[in-house]
Design a protein around this ligand. Structure first.
Ligand SMILES: [Fe+2]
Ligand SMILES: [Fe+2]
Length: 242
């Protein structure tokens, strides 16, 4: 690894937590998604740790991060907490629950129609049903319990609720990984019908949306209300409290 470090900027990136990079650097989230680097549930790992853990060479990732920096950043770090919560509810909570039932129905159709195809996504509709049920409960807990506590300034109960939400985010990550396994990385086979292709395109959007959703909560919203030692060592962005 160390042989790949060429500049102080590279070294700085490699030693920074991936969640912090995604929150502070334009285009970083989409670079991480391209390379399959988890920046939401495992956002506290440094980039060097994430790359080593997944056996990814640093050079192309660093180059992509450097060139992505020219893009404008959809930056919520300095947004007031009520505006950020509102964005999470309308852009992610409502959108997941609007889109997932349709994806589950498409999955059921593909599984039934192509039952004998070797690449059939066996069990996908059932997995999506589980995801819908999990998200419905999780998002309700955030909207009814946690977000009102945060809007009032946080505190002990809010910190306890945040810990539960972080654990549930890891469960979402496990279901996403299951979907990736069932669908072979969401790659439709040669000659797949339009329904199959539409299903995998929709799953791709859901995957990216859920990663950004959890990223905004784990790496931008929650650290505002967590104790310093819980927010990640040396994380200058974690002090923001609006
Ligand atoms: Fe949420
Ligand atoms: Fe959440």
């Amino acid at each position: 690894m160390s042989g790949q470090i060429e500049t102080p900027a590279d070294a700085g990136l490699l030693n920074a937590p991936v969640g912090q990079i995604a929150a502070s650097r334009a285009g970083a989230a989409s670079v991480f998604q391209t390379f399959g680097i988890d920046f939401c549930c495992q956002g506290k790992r440094t980039l060097a740790e994430a790359l080593a853990g997944q056996g990814i060479a640093p050079s192309p990732v660093l180059a992509a991060l450097m060139s992505a920096a020219a893009e404008p950043l959809d930056d919520w770090r300095d947004a007031p907490t009520p505006a950020l919560i509102d964005h999470i509810k309308t852009r992610y909570h409502a959108v997941h629950l609007a889109e997932l039932p349709n994806l589950r129905d498409l999955a059921a159709k593909v599984e039934a129609t192509h039952r004998k195809h070797p690449a059939v996504p066996d069990g996908l509709a059932e997995t999506l049903s589980r995801m819908i049920a999990e998200l419905r409960l999780h998002q309700q807990r955030e909207e009814v319990v946690l977000f009102p506590l945060l809007a009032q300034g946080g505190g002990e109960m809010a910190r306890a609720a945040i810990q539960v939400m972080r654990a549930e985010h890891e469960d979402h990550g496990a279901v996403l990984a299951g979907i990736e396994a069932i669908t072979g990385g969401r790659v439709a086979p040669q000659g797949a019908c339009a329904t199959w292709r539409a299903l995998y395109l929709g799953l791709g959007k859901f995957h990216d949306d859920l990663m950004m959703h959890v990223h905004l909560e784990n790496n931008v919203l929650f650290p505002r209300f967590e104790a310093e030692e819980e927010a990640g060592e040396g994380n200058p962005a974690s002090g923001a409290n609006h």
